[in-house]
Design a binder for this molecule. Structure first.
Ligand code: ADP
Ligand code: MG
Length: 146
């Protein structure tokens, strides 16, 4: 298990950390991104999307749970942005069809509020923790089990 920890001092720094992080992604990767509201999960994902060359705006999916972004690269074809904030109960997870997105071998998936779909997450899911230290400081921990 490897663990790396960073401190960022602005939204822009978190975005550029995400952008650098995107350089080491592989198709099939799944990242659970933990952190309270306002911790910077979506900001970090905006950086990942930019790092993968995605040019359009990245906002959290609101009325749907998954937004697949088309990526124009040789190996990674899609970035699945999943946000489970608004899920009501973990009762009928299967019917949401999220597994199909997670199983796409040419996609990278990033999940906000992963604790709400714990049961759907494969063993190989890597974890990212964001924590608000103060108004503009965030602690970002990357954990890989490989
Ligand atoms: P989440 O998706 O975790 O709810 P967002 O990324 O949507 O969080 O929002 C993070 C908020 O915190 C934004 O309003 C942003 O401007 C603010 N912020 C302040 N400092 C930072 C930082 N170092 N990194 C990321 N966001 C920060
Ligand atoms: Mg968010």
């Amino acid at each position: 298990m490897t663990e790396k920890q960073y401190l960022t001092n602005s939204e822009e720094e978190t975005r550029s950390l995400g952008k650098k992080f995107a350089k080491n992604l592989h198709p099939g990767d799944i990242f659970a991104i933990w952190g309270d509201l306002g911790a910077g999960k979506t900001t970090f994902i905006q950086g990942i999307a930019a790092g993968l060359g995605y040019k359009k705006r990245v906002l959290s999916p609101t009325f749907i749970f998954v937004r697949p972004y088309n990526i124009d690269s040789e190996k990674i074809k899609t970035l699945n942005h999943i946000d489970m904030y608004r899920i009501e109960k973990s009762g009928d997870l299967k019917s949401l069809g999220i597994e199909e997105f997670l199983n796409d071998p040419q996609a990278v998936s990033v999940i906000e509020w992963p604790e709400r779909i714990n049961k759907l997450l494969p063993e190989s899911t890597k974890r990212i923790y964001l924590e608000k230290v103060d108004e503009n400081t965030r602690k970002i921990k990357l954990i890989s089990t490989l």
